[in-house]
Design a protein around this ligand. Sequence first.
Ligand code: AMP
Length: 283
Amino acid sequence: MKVAESIAEFRKLRADLAEPVGFVPTMGYLHVGHLSLVREARERSASVVASIFVNPSQFAPTEDLAAYPRDLDRDLALLEAEGADLVFVPEAEEMYPDGYDTWIAVEELTTRLEGASRPTHFRGVATVVGKLFVIVEPQIAVFGQKDAQQALVIDRLIRDLGFAIELVVAPTIRESDGLAMSSRNTYLEPDERVGATVLRQSLLLAERLYADGERSAKMIRSRMQELIASEPLVEPVYVSLADVTTLEELETIDRKALVSLAAKVGVTRLIDNIVLPPGEGLL
Ligand code: AMP
């Protein structure tokens, strides 16, 4: 496995990779969820590229950029064991040199859900992923459904700018008690870690109500909110049942829907989601 810190060095090494190339962008501090994306890329590609970059432009000044967990040596060992061929690990100055002034904004889709509470987040995500696509030139890119709105934004970006990239959205990997794996779970205090399982439980409640024939989005939302409110350590930011393509809130679940939520658990902001009907993919 090769590792490149600069764009120039990366391009030299990239030229030697067998095609097609599958790409997994990450912010590091890797867990089994990230590694499942590498495995997915491996199955679909002749070579696998991963990137580790804690992208400053997707963090608001009030967010956890400085505190974001990092362990590069461990990450590289995990990627090597998973069979990655080339890893791009730029510093912020390499991606955003002095005078950097070019941004990619996916507009309508980013006004909702995560975008509503994090107004500059997706501009940072779209810009860095667009730039990584230009540098890495993958034929396949693998993202996790865990960040469902992000995957939809990348899908829009690929279509709108005409990248010749197949987007694969891989399922959310969970801890044994159902909590979606996240690098941010390490921030949770032990009692918060227990309380956080209510998020997954509220998604399962939505799935059960749907299976019993409930189609009122308002009813399902309020039952989910009620359940989350029973856990005092968890403060919901939003609970949404939305059209899976536009992310507009639904009144009636009469089409494929994204059930998603964000919540603060102590200082930690967590997100999770499922698609209804169960078994349907996000895209
Ligand atoms: P991050 O390092 O948090 O930016 O995530 C990098 C990629 O891993 C994104 O495509 C995420 O959606 C994906 N990812 C994060 N957590 C999970 C998980 N629990 N299961 C599957 N994919 C995940």
